[in-house]
Design a protein around this ligand. Sequence first.
Ligand SMILES: C[S@@+](CC[C@H](N)C(=O)[O-])C[C@H]1O[C@@H](n2cnc3c(N)ncnc32)[C@H](O)[C@@H]1O
Length: 258
Amino acid sequence: MQYSIQEHYQNLAKQYDDFWDTSAEFIEFLTKKIIEHLQLKSTDILVDLGCGTGIYSKAIRSQINLDNKIFCVDPSDKMLEKISDNNHYQIVVKDAVAFANEPGKYDKVLIKEMIHHIDDKGKLLQGLFNRLNEQGILLIILLPPTIEYPLFKQALSVYESVQPHYNDLVNLCEKVGFKTTVEFIDYTVSIPKKQYFNMVKNRYMSLLSRFNDEEIEQGLIEMREKYANVSNLEFCDRFVFLIAKKLTNVNPLSTSDH
Ligand SMILES: C[S@@+](CC[C@H](N)C(=O)[O-])C[C@H]1O[C@@H](n2cnc3c(N)ncnc32)[C@H](O)[C@@H]1O
C-alpha cells in the first residue's frame, strides 16, 4: 500500500525512535554540529520545525541548558506524542508554513530533514525571516542530491528525481534576505544488515512510501543479492548544513575602510 506523507508519519510514529535506538553516538555527533552552527546559547528561543518525535530537541537539551522551552512543531500529532515532557518543550501540532506565518519571535530555527516536504519553500523562508530576531539563525539540514545508502536502484533513482537541491534553497534564502553558507558533514554509518533491511521493509524513509508492498519486496530481493556476503553495512551519510543568518542591523559604513 502507498501512503500520503501525513499518513506515512502517523503510521511510522510508533517505531520511529526504535530505528535510531542504536545510533546514540551518531545523534550526539550531529547534535554537537547543530549546536555549533546555530551558535546556540542558553537565552535563545529555539524552534525545531518538523521535529518529529523530538530526537534532536531532546539531544540538544542534553548537551546545553536552555532557559526557554523549545518550540517543537510538527503536523503529526502521533510523532509529537513521543515528546511527553511539557516542562521543556512547547508542543505545536502545525504545518511549518502556517507556523512561520503566525505572530511570534525566535532566535534560532532548526529544520532537519523536513524541507523536502514543503511545497511553498519561498513562503516558509520569508515567514521565518520575518519571525527571526536580528542576528537570528536558521539551520536547514538536508541530504545531498545523491546518496550512498545501500538501497535498491529504483529507490535511489526516485530519490535523485525528487530531492530538492541545496543550491536552489540557498538562492531562495538569499532572495528573502538571509546571508548563507553551506557545509557538508560526513558520518560513516555502520549498521547490521538485518537491522537496515528491516528499516527498509518498514519504510523508514518517507521516500519508501512511494513504493507499494510488492515493489518494496522486489527491492529487498535486489538488496539481499547485492549484499549476500556481508553481515554489516557501511556507508557514508552526508548531510548538507545550510546556515542562513539574518544580519539586518549590519551597517554597511562600519564594514568599509574609513
Ligand atoms: C524525516 S522526519 C524528521 C524528524 C526530525 N526533524 C528528525 O530529524 O528526527 C520529517 C518530519 O517532517 C514532518 N513534516 C512533514 N510535513 C511537514 C510540514 N508541512 N510542516 C512541518 N513538518 C512536516 C513529518 O511529520 C516528520 O515528523
